[in-house]
Design a protein around this ligand. Structure first.
Ligand code: PHB
Length: 374
């Protein structure tokens, strides 16, 4: 065992002991059924990965309006809450810890994925030019361009804030160790944060502080329910996914690192531009976040074991999250510890389907191990 790896050292976040600093990043897998409930297969998928220090679930809509893609799960009905509690139980029984990622897609949607075929909503009526979503139409799954969104009223914004709190209440009842507020990758909260998608002239638009207000209200509302020490926030400074073009992305990230630190949240999770493009984060910028955010700081991007260990050794990061590596390597922690070869992920099974490319990647020592790494 490679016990010297800083990734394998335990960490305590707000009183919760995590066995190591290898986090599983949130990843959309679109295997929920038509009721937006995670299945028993989902429970198996996450339980297989329970040696991660912390699993962050796939993005999960906090209300029907928050849905953008066919096949993603929700956390706003009793059935969804019950189904998620089975997932949490399976992970806990396997010795793991799990955070639920709370999501509202905003303009990244289509009326076919909205309640009563409604128009998608956003901070401002700014259409995305390139983004597509999956819909179920004419008996088959299809990728279609997003539809133009309409601007949210102030009252509607308050309702959405309370829907995040209600979702956190459900996540708490389902047994989750943490909730992670998804403020990244061009979805609703990121649309409020970003200069090109937020053209509002009320208290939610204009200055950095005003654009941050929606996220901060959500963090406060969710913290009241579950405790700030159980809340993580994920941001994606410089990310351009879903047509984000934020002229003040780094300033906003610094402001948030400071204000979220003051709120005492458990962790700040930084999704770096990699698979979806954007100007790379510099070491100086990461250091700036470190100086502002003192609790657990997590980075995720194009890192491998070695580059992840470097950020930990420099004390810039407290933990590292891995996405694609976790799709194909349920026992990633064991492989890091032993230096074993990694399985390679098959992108054709990232979304939809059932067991193939989901629960059938082998762990070391399992019958299929030799063939999958050959
Ligand atoms: C996606 O479904 O493509 C997706 C969802 C959430 C993310 C990023 C991508 O944060």
């Amino acid at each position: 065992m490679n016990r010297t790896s800083p990734l394998l050292r335990p960490i305590t976040i707000s009183g919760t002991l995590l066995n190591n600093r290898v986090f599983m990043a949130p990843m959309t897998r679109m295997r929920a059924n038509g009721t937006e409930c995670p299945t028993l297969l989902t429970a198996r998928y996450y339980a297989q990965r329970a040696t991660a220090g912390l699993i962050v679930t796939e993005a999960t809509q906090v209300c029907a309006q928050g849905k953008g893609y066919f096949g993603t799960p929700g956390i706003y009905t009793n059935a969804q809450e019950g189904a998620w509690s089975r997932v949490v139980k399976a992970v806990h029984e396997a010795g793991g810890r799990i955070a639920m990622q709370l999501w509202h897609v905003g303009r990244i949607s289509h009326s076919l994925n909205q309640p009563d075929g409604a128009q998608p909503v956003a901070p401002s009526a700014v259409a995305t030019r390139r983004s597509k979503v999956s819909v179920f139409k004419n008996g088959r799954l299809q990728e279609v361009p997003c539809e133009p969104a309409r601007e949210l009223s102030g009252d509607e914004i308050s309702v959405i804030v309370s829907q995040y709190a209600a979702a956190a209440e459900r996540a708490k009842r389902a047994g989750f160790d943490f909730v992670e507020i998804h403020a990244a990758n061009g979805y609703l909260i990121n649309q409020f944060l970003s200069t090109n998608t937020n053209l509002r002239t009320d208290q939610y638009g204009g200055s950095l502080e005003n654009r941050a207000r929606f996220l901060e209200e959500i963090v406060d509302a969710v913290s009241l329910v579950i405790g700030a020490g159980r809340v993580g926030v994920r941001i994606s400074p410089n990310g351009v996914f879903n047509d984000i073009a934020d002229s003040e992305a780094e300033q906003m990230a610094c402001l948030l690192a400071h204000s979220l630190n003051a709120k005492g949240i458990a962790y700040l999770h930084v999704a770096e531009p990699d698979w979806a493009g954007g100007v790379a984060l510099t070491a100086a910028f990461r250091q700036g976040l470190r100086e502002r955010f003192r609790n657990c700081l997590v980075f995720c991007g194009n890192f491998d074991q070695k580059s992840g260990e470097e950020l930990l050794a420099q004390k810039v990061a407290d933990a590292m999250a891995f996405g694609r590596l976790y799709i194909a390597n349920p026992d990633l922690v064991t492989r890091f510890a032993s230096g074993a070869k990694l399985n390679v992920a098959d992108p054709s099974t990232f979304y939809f389907g059932n067991t193939k490319g989901y629960t059938d990647y082998p762990s070391l020592g399992s019958a299929e191990a030799t063939t999958a790494t050959a």
